[in-house]
Design a protein around this ligand. Structure first.
Ligand SMILES: Cc1cc2nc3c(=O)[nH]c(=O)nc-3n(C[C@H](O)[C@H](O)[C@H](O)COP(=O)(O)OP(=O)(O)OC[C@H]3O[C@@H](n4cnc5c(N)ncnc54)[C@H](O)[C@@H]3O)c2cc1C
Length: 353
């Protein structure tokens, strides 16, 4: 049984910043995430994209923001259960909660902070009858490590930012990149569309539109895809490839958390935003993209704010009757759980003779 003060479900930017804010209040955190790495959407969906609206950072790559958040929280020694999905919650007689994952790992805490973002990431899969038998054998719905595709032939399908950006990125890594989209028009950023056009004219990307992949072929691994030209559905041809990567986006699913007895509205958890982002179950909070309240904005900076207020409220539940006086970190410094101490230099008191 893993025991902690605040059990955070979701290691996205909101969950990671919660560790820091809780640490300032001397509360320990443990995070569960279904993904094998921390960072949520930032690391899974757009690690190489610059974000322009993080206060104090005129521009920061989403992957670097994750790195910084991990660095900032490190001194408070958070625990991680990664690659496991939080499935069930049980309230105990002493008021604490036991959260169990799909792999049976049990966690106990007086406070649960759901920072589950869009929920468990479920890729939208194309309706290709035999695709499931090729998953992880050349069919991938996410690109985790671009190096996997070095000197390999890759077919990407999709018409949004992910399909465009990864086609551009892999054009320098893979031996051959084919981008297939069922329309001639793309939904991505204009400069990405222009870049794909440029790389197509240089022969670095093969563009096949309007068309779609209707079958995957191979023995135990992907060896090719069958493509149908949309205008001539009877015109089919095979493209030989090592990888087929359909990038059709994610369908947000709250997943098992949706059955925890929480008030749900439009696939998000309703919270009391007038006070502390607590849900209808006392002791369970919902912060970041996963919650909803009047005026809610699904932005990283809003998740940071919600995490801060939530920790103050959790402190009062964990330390009933104990008064907390807000201190600036510039004044109090930071005492890490790892024994580190950060503080601003003290003023020098010296008489002037
Ligand atoms: C392409 C793109 C660009 C964006 N650009 C910006 C921008 O410029 N500025 C901005 O402010 N925002 C931007 N956003 C939105 C921003 O990424 C989100 O607001 C932010 O990631 C929310 O953080 P979070 O921690 O609340 O949730 P997430 O980042 O979604 O993290 C939630 C985590 O919870 C995990 N999880 C969910 N359910 C479970 C479960 N049952 N068990 C275990 N783990 C679970 C998920 O695996 C995930 O890792 C962008 C989003 C996208 C997709």
């Amino acid at each position: 049984m893993i025991k902690t003060d605040i059990l955070i479900i979701g290691a996205g930017p909101t969950g990671l910043f919660t560790v820091f804010e809780a640490g300032l209040l001397k509360l320990k955190c443990h995070l569960i995430d279904a993904l094998p790495q921390a960072g949520g959407q930032c690391s899974e969906l757009y690690p190489k994209k610059p974000i322009y609206d993080i206060p104090g950072f005129p521009e920061i790559l989403a992957g670097d923001l994750t790195k910084n958040l991990l660095e900032q929280s490190k001194q408070f020694e958070p625990g991680f259960t990664l690659g496991e999905r939080a499935e069930t919650v049980e309230k105990q007689e002493d008021g604490s909660f036991i959260v169990t994952t799909n792999k049976g790992t049990k966690h106990q805490a007086p406070i649960v902070a759901i920072a589950g973002g869009l929920g468990s990431f479920e890729p939208r899969k194309p309706l290709i009858p035999n695709i499931a038998s090729f998953e992880d054998k050349g069919v991938e719905y996410f690109i985790k490590d671009p190096e996997v595709y070095r000197d390999k032939r890759v077919v990407i399908s999709g018409g949004g930012d992910s399909a465009l950006d990864w086609s551009i990125f892999l054009a320098d890594i893979a031996s051959e990149v084919t981008l297939i989209h069922r329309r001639n028009e793309f939904r991505g950023a204009l400069d990405s569309v222009e870049k794909v056009q440029e790389l197509t004219s240089k022969g670095k990307i093969k563009l096949v539109t309007p068309a779609e992949v209707i079958n995957v072929i191979g023995h135990n691994k992907v060896e090719g895809v069958v493509v149908a030209q949309s205008q001539h559905i009877d015109k089919e041809f095979i493209i030989e490839t090592d990888h087929f990567i359909p990038l059709f986006g994610l369908s947000p699913k709250l997943g098992p958390i949706g059955n925890w007895g929480l008030e749900i509205e439009k696939n998000a958890i309703k919270v009391d935003n007038a006070l502390d982002y607590q849900t209808n179950i006392p002791g369970i909070y919902a912060i970041g993209d996963v919650n909803t309240y009047p005026g809610k904005l699904k932005l990283i900076l809003c998740g940071f704010h919600e995490a801060t207020l939530m920790c103050q409220s959790a402190y009062k539940i964990i330390n009933p009757g104990k008064k907390y006086v807000l201190k600036y970190t510039t004044v109090s410094g930071i005492d890490g759980f790892d024994g580190s101490r950060k503080e601003s230099p003290k003023a020098v008191v010296k008489a002037i003779k």
